[in-house]
Design a protein around this ligand. Structure first.
Ligand code: SIN
Length: 302
């Protein structure tokens, strides 16, 4: 039997699978399909200081091999999360990541202070493409990414994992800026900024015109980004973006990930984590892998 445990910046996960933020709510609905304690970790829907209604509809659309979304960080706010959602998650044997977003570095810092050590890890989301009409965010530029990371680190009482955007010319440069500002880990990728148009109406399929593309179509981009960011920084990485099978999860780890996010696959199959965990275990068994953590960064150079 393969040892499935992994460590992410000192946070022990019983296996590498993490429910990706924005695809799992706060876990309650999925817990009706399977015991969410089978997951290594769970990243909650992106939180902000104050509640947000998000963007107007339509804000999700299917595309071949994936989906576009422009949810716009709809969430009840960090205080409601601590009061109404976290107690349920604490009844589960799963590491809880609080995904946080803000309009300024100070917003992020304040949230880190409010969350304290109530969660296992802070996932600092500097990469949501749905907050302005150009898909930009703090993750678009190294100095802005570093400023948020540094501010959070000053207040954080748990490890800080910065979530990066693929919508940049050099993701390794942004990853390094976060590392130099004190990041303990990285997660990537957030969605690719994309657009589709309904030819009947000639209107964009999303009310915000463009939004974030996720799903199997983005998997090769995610593998490339994980490989570059992990190699450049040596930081532990949560690799995500279109992971749909145990083999995908293994590939993400070989590219450099210590843990693997499952996101859009959940919308087509709420039981995807159960299947992917079984497939990953089987794959490791067949490949003679004693510890799943041995896969991390084991890609061979030409
Ligand atoms: C959203 O709520 O718009 C998606 C969150 C994200 O991409 O970080």
């Amino acid at each position: 039997m393969t040892d499935m445990t992994v460590s992410l910046a000192g946070v022990r996960l019983k296996n590498p699978l993490v429910a990706a933020s924005g695809c799992f709510g706060f876990g309650r609905e999925y817990d009706e399909y399977f015991d969410i304690s089978i997951l290594g970790g769970l990243s909650v829907k992106g939180l902000t200081l104050r509640p947000r209604d998000g963007n107007p509809p339509p804000r999700a659309a299917e595309t071949p091999g994936g989906m576009l979304n422009s949810v716009g960080l709809q969430n009840p706010g960090v205080e409601a999360f601590l009061r109404d959602e976290l107690p349920f998650l604490k009844t589960k044997d799963v590491a809880v990541f609080a995904n946080i977003s803000g309009g300024s570095p100070e917003d992020y810092g304040e949230m880190a202070g409010l969350l304290g050590d109530a969660v296992d890890l802070l996932e600092v989301n500097i990469s949501c493409p749905n907050l302005n009409d150009r898909g930009e965010n703090f993750g678009s530029e190294p100095r802005a990414a570093a400023a948020v990371t540094e501010t959070v680190k000053k207040r954080a009482r748990v490890p800080v994992c910065v979530k990066l955007s693929p919508n940049v010319s050099d993701i390794a440069e942004i990853a390094l800026a976060c590392k130099n500002a004190g990041a303990d880990a990285l997660s990537l990728i957030n969605t690719l900024y994309g657009m589709r148009i309904d030819l009947e109406t000639r209107r964009p399929v999303l009310r915000t015109n463009a939004g974030g593309l996720s799903g199997p179509a983005v998997f090769p981009v995610a593998v490339r980004c994980v490989w570059q960011a992990a190699a450049k920084t040596g930081l532990p990485v949560v690799g995500m973006g279109g992971v749909s099978s145990g083999a995908d999860a293994a590939e993400m780890m070989v590219a450099g990930a210590s843990a693997v996010g499952i996101g859009t696959a959940l919308f087509g199959d709420p039981l995807a984590p159960v299947r992917i965990l079984r497939e990953l275990r089987d794959w490791c068994g067949k490949a003679g892998v004693d510890k799943v953590s041995e896969l991390t960064g084991s890609v061979k150079a030409y």
